[in-house]
Design a protein around this ligand. Structure first.
Ligand SMILES: *[C@@H]1O[C@H](CO)[C@@H](O)[C@H](O)[C@H]1NC(C)=O
Ligand SMILES: *[C@@H]1O[C@H](CO)[C@@H](O)[C@H](O)[C@H]1NC(C)=O
Length: 220
C-alpha cells in the first residue's frame, strides 16, 4: 500500500473505532469515580471529574424519595422523576440510571427519545399502552398493553411513549443505560424550540396549514 493511502486507511479506522467507542457512555476506568463539581479536589477524569476514591462514602451511591409520586398537574398528566448522575454522583462512568414515572388516568409520557440510552421499564401499578417506532426504512410501530409486573424495552435513540389507558393512576420504574440518558420530547423540540424553527419549515415538513403551525408553536 502507498504511504498516503495507508495513512488515509489508518485515519478512517481510528475515526470508526472512536465513533463506536463514543456511541454510549465510556467504560469505567476504575472501581468508583464519584462526580464532584469542584475540579481543584479532583484526581482524574472519566466522564466527570472524580472524587479521590479514598474519600468515597455510601452517600455518594444513595438516593431517597423514589416512593413519592411526581407532580402530574401538567398538560400531559404525567411526571418523570429522574435519578441520574446529577442525583447520585457515584453513577459517574457506570453507564446506568433510573426513573420513576407517574401517570394520571389517561395521562401520558409523550413521544420522546433518549439520545444516549436504551430503556427497560416495568409497571408497578396500572395499565400502560406503550410503543416505539423503528427508523425510516420501515417506521414500524412496535407496541403493547402492559399490566402490573410486565416489562418492556425501548431501544436506544428510538421514539417511544407510554399512555395510561386504565381508569386508575399508573406507576412505572425504568432503568436506562446511561448515567445521563438525555431526553428529547418530540413536540417540544420541534414546535417549542428557542428560537422557533421557521414556520415554513414545519408547514412543509408536517404538511400542515401555517395557522396550525403557529398555533402549535404557541402551545409548547
Ligand atoms: C414533576 O414533579 C416534581 C416534584 O413534584 C416537580 O417539581 C416538577 O415540576 C414536575 N414536573 C413536571 C413537568 O410537571
Ligand atoms: C403541582 O403543580 C401544580 C402546577 O404547577 C401546582 O399548582 C401544585 O401546587 C403542585 N402540587 C404540589 C403538591 O406540589
Amino acid at each position: 500500500m502507498k504511504k498516503g493511502v495507508s495513512f488515509l486507511v489508518t485515519v478512517a479506522l481510528v475515526a470508526l473505532v472512536s465513533s463506536l467507542a463514543s456511541a454510549s457512555d465510556p467504560s469505567p476506568l476504575q472501581d468508583t469515580c464519584v462526580a464532584i463539581d469542584e475540579p481543584k479536589d479532583a484526581v482524574f477524569v472519566n466522564g466527570k471529574f472524580c472524587k479521590d476514591p479514598k474519600l468515597t462514602v455510601a452517600e455518594d451511591f444513595f438516593f431517597s424519595g423514589l416512593d413519592k409520586p411526581g407532580n402530574t398537574s401538567n398538560a400531559v398528566a404525567s411526571n418523570v422523576t429522574t435519578v441520574n448522575v446529577e442525583k447520585i454522583k457515584g453513577l459517574n462512568t457506570l453507564g446506568i440510571s433510573m426513573v420513576r414515572i407517574d401517570y394520571e388516568p389517561y395521562g401520558q409520557n409523550p413521544p420522546h427519545t433518549h439520545p444516549r440510552a436504551t430503556e427497560i421499564l416495568t409497571v408497578l401499578e396500572g395499565t400502560l399502552y406503550v410503543g416505539f417506532v423503528t427508523s425510516n426504512t420501515e417506521n414500524r410501530l412496535i407496541s403493547k398493553v402492559l399490566n402490573k409486573g410486565d416489562v418492556f424495552v425501548f431501544p436506544i435513540g428510538l421514539i417511544h411513549f407510554q399512555f395510561n389507558v386504565g381508569k386508575t393512576k399508573a406507576v412505572a420504574i425504568a432503568g436506562l443505560s446511561s448515567q445521563n440518558p438525555g431526553v428529547i420530547t418530540i413536540a417540544n423540540a420541534v414546535f417549542g424550540s428557542d428560537p422557533p424553527i421557521n414556520p415554513d419549515v414545519l408547514t412543509r415538513a408536517f404538511q400542515l396549514d401555517k395557522k396550525v403551525v403557529s398555533y402549535l408553536q404557541s402551545r409548547v
